[in-house]
Design a protein around this ligand. Structure first.
Ligand code: COS
Length: 411
């Protein structure tokens, strides 16, 4: 356990259970990474422990608060980036539904998720990843029903998913009316899930392409209002990006622990590596990176939950800071472990692969910088919040990322 700078293991009964179970199940985690498959026992345990239903509210209302999910995702990430992604991707799909569902949809999908069904968030396409508005998937309005034509790729959890939240351009009467979201259930004629992707990181997570060949669904599967799907996708990502940050804090914490253990045990130049100043400086930077990431992730999660206008930028900042930090800390851990760090399958190597992938999904870190840069240079007007792309009734002062510039500074 590392306590310096507050980089301690989190407490609480759920977190203790995660730690206990996953420390005992190290072999299963290694198999998951090696075989690219979640062992059945782990899968079962994820559902039993409530980790696949984290985003469901206690009642049937809005998604659970982002802040309430962070500790569990961090702890999962500390043992396995893949298990953390399994849970956070499920939370992302669940959140998209809960943010926009009408009463009937809310009841239907909440019940289905409680019955252990996966929801996948299907936004990215081969030609529309970062440029998420430029989708090629079309949702044709045919009066009493909708017809979905297109393809999605790198859809996390797609392989095992029962429901897909699919975003596409809505065509009504020959005109495009913006992006809409629909929920497609597995088994619909024309809905095909391709083979699982073989990715170098986050192994075990069933990521795959989804093809929609004229999939016909009733209008009641439209999620939210027609043409408001892009804003729904962005509001969902505002909530999921701090979770990716939390996952990265877990990864970085694990890499730091590996490095500390090794440097305490390994002897060189007449003493432990840990007594060397050069090593201490590296460890200090790694610990500061973990701690600043965790602080920013928690701050972003709190602000996202209040719906304040700086939520989008803080969520982006948390995701980019924490995932960049995790890659750096993993690389430094490998450096400190020296030859031992170069073995395939050793923890820092797996952490590096996982952290690298996390720099890319849920919006590549260049996109997060774009979002933060926009916020700093063209801040949203007072009264705007992330939740409606405009809105905050509280009119709170601007206190995220950018210091107040009251009095003007355009000299
Ligand atoms: N909450 C609510 N609404 C939002 C929003 C948010 N966080 N961000 C943007 N919007 C709304 C805007 O208000 C705007 O609405 P109007 O058209 O009514 O004015 C609309 O969405 C378009 O916004 P914007 O002009 O910012 O869109 P851009 O195409 O310029 O850029 C980026 C959007 C690049 C930020 C977006 O495409 C993005 O996040 N891309 C990455 C996608 C991603 O993360 N993919 C991974 C998927 S999951 S693996």
């Amino acid at each position: 356990m590392i306590e310096a700078l507050g980089v301690e293991e989190p407490s609480g009964s759920r977190l203790r259970e995660i730690r206990r179970h996953l420390l005992a199940g190290r072999d299963a985690l290694e198999r998951m990474d090696r075989n690219d498959e979640v062992p059945a026992g782990l899968h079962e345990w994820m559902w039993e422990s409530g980790l696949m239903t984290l985003a469901l509210p206690d009642g049937d209302g809005l998604p659970a608060s982002t802040a309430s999910l962070c500790d569990a995702i961090e702890e999962l990430g500390h043992h396995s980036g893949g298990l953390a992604l399994l849970a956070l991707a499920q939370a992302t799909g669940t959140t998209a539904i809960l943010l926009a569902a009408d009463e009937e949809q809310r009841a239907r999908y909440t019940a289905s998720i409680r019955e252990r069904h996966f929801v996948a968030f299907a936004l990215s396409e081969t030609r529309a990843g970062s440029d998420a508005r430029n989708l090629e998937t079309r949702i044709f309005d045919r009066g009493d029903h909708l017809e979905v034509i297109g393809a999605k790729w790198l859809v996390t959890n797609a392989w095992g998913a029962d429901h897909f939240v699919v975003f596409g351009r809505h065509v009504h009467g020959g005109h495009e009316i913006g992006v809409s979201a629909v929920v497609l259930d597995r088994g619909l004629p024309g809905l095909l899930v391709a083979a699982k992707n073989d990715l170098f990181g986050m192994r075990g997570v069933p990521t795959a392409s989804v093809v929609m060949k004229q999939v016909r669904v009733p209008r009641c599967r439209l999620l939210g209002r027609a043409g408001e799907g892009f804003s729904l996708a962005m509001r969902t990502l505002d909530r999921s990006r701090p979770l990716v940050g939390a996952q990265a804090v877990g990864l970085a914490r694990a890499a730091l622990e590996q490095a500390v253990q090794h440097c305490r045990r390994r002897r060189a130049f007449g003493g432990p590596l840990a007594s060397l100043d050069g090593v201490r400086l590296m460890i200090a930077d790694m610990a500061v990176a973990v701690e600043t990431s965790r602080l920013l992730v928690r701050r972003a999660a709190e602000v996202v939950d209040t719906g304040r206008r700086e939520a989008t930028a803080l969520a982006a900042a948390a995701k980019l800071h924490a995932t960049d930090a995790a890659v750096r800390v993993a690389l430094d851990a490998i450096q400190l472990l020296g030859g031992y760090g170069c073995f395939r399958g050793r923890a820092p190597e797996r952490i590096l692969r996982d952290a690298k992938v996390a720099q890319i999904y849920e919006g590549a870190n260049q996109i997060q910088r774009l979002v933060v840069g926009r916020h700093v240079l063209d801040p949203p007007q007072a009264g705007a919040s992330a939740d409606d792309g405009g809105s905050d009734a509280s009119g709170s002062t601007h206190d995220g990322l950018v210091p107040s510039m009251d009095g003007g500074n355009d000299t």
